[in-house]
Design a protein around this ligand. Structure first.
Ligand code: SAM
Length: 239
């Protein structure tokens, strides 16, 4: 039976993949992988494994999602272990659901192997717990850019009812995000931006909600980056 394993690669450090995910990489005949999946993980692949890169870059889309879906359908084969390796967790802003929908349409079996999402692990590696009973009883993970083809924006950043807000894919949009948040949150709320977390290029800058956009610009923050907004940033254990 044709089957594809959707495997979460974790946030970038190749040691932060699950045991099950690594076992599958070692066994795979085909690995279809993204830009964010650590390339070091691929060193574990069999020598004759077929490696198919389908990474996308902002403004320079290598493959569209429908093209990636087609590649998955094409690579699925009865007698092969086929792994779709995705950054972080496949279902956290990973379009894993869209890929599975396509597999179902084509009668291809699938198994999801969850991954360590960057949304929580990147703040953790920068010394920021996303909850702490002294400062935060809740957190929310939001995208910094909604699908531009959507007719109506679903997100109002001023209306997020959680103590800690974690923004993925927000680098180009921090001005709008902070402006909306300032309707309901104090300008002195601490913020941290973590660029290239879980890697030796990791950079963490801190400031306040009031100067978030200026901070990102001044520090020339580049994706991938995660922004954490909330009092937990005060804790930041790695100074
Ligand atoms: C398309 S989303 C995929 C998220 C992924 N599925 C996950 O669970 O981590 C990509 C965004 O995740 C965040 N991201 C992923 N890995 C990161 C890292 N190592 N450091 C900082 N941000 C990261 C960035 O906001 C990036 O733009």
């Amino acid at each position: 039976m044709k089957k594809i394993y959707l495997v979460g690669a974790g946030p970038g450090d190749p040691e932060l993949i699950t045991v099950k995910g690594l076992d599958l990489i070692k066994k795979a005949d085909v690995i279809i992988y993204d830009r964010l999946a650590s390339e070091d993980l691929l060193k574990n692949a069999k020598e004759d494994a077929k490696l198919v890169y389908v990474g996308k870059r902002t403004g320079d889309h290598k493959f569209t999602q429908p093209e990636i879906n087609e590649i998955l359908v094409k690579e699925a084969a009865d007698d092969k272990v086929v792994v779709r390796l995705k950054g972080g967790d496949p279902f956290v802003f990973g379009r894993g659901g869209e890929e599975i929908t396509k597999l179902i349409e084509h009668g291809i079996a699938f198994e999801v192997v969850p991954g360590v999402t960057s949304a929580i692990s990147v703040p953790a590696l920068a010394g920021i717990p996303v909850t702490d009973r002294r400062y935060s009883s809740s957190f929310t993970i939001v995208t910094g850019q909604e699908d531009p083809t959507k007719e109506e924006e679903r997100l109002d950043y001023g209306n997020l009812n959680a103590d800690t807000v974690i923004v993925l894919m927000g680098v180009g949009n921090l001005s709008k995000i902070s402006k909306q948040m300032l309707r309901t949150r104090d300008a002195n709320t601490p913020v941290a931006i973590i660029e290239s977390g879980a890697s030796d290029k990791q950079r963490v800058v801190t400031g306040t909600l009031g100067n978030l956009a200026e901070l990102a610009e001044k520090e020339n923050i580049k994706p991938p980056a995660i922004t954490v907004i909330g009092d937990v940033v005060k804790l930041k254990f790695n100074k």
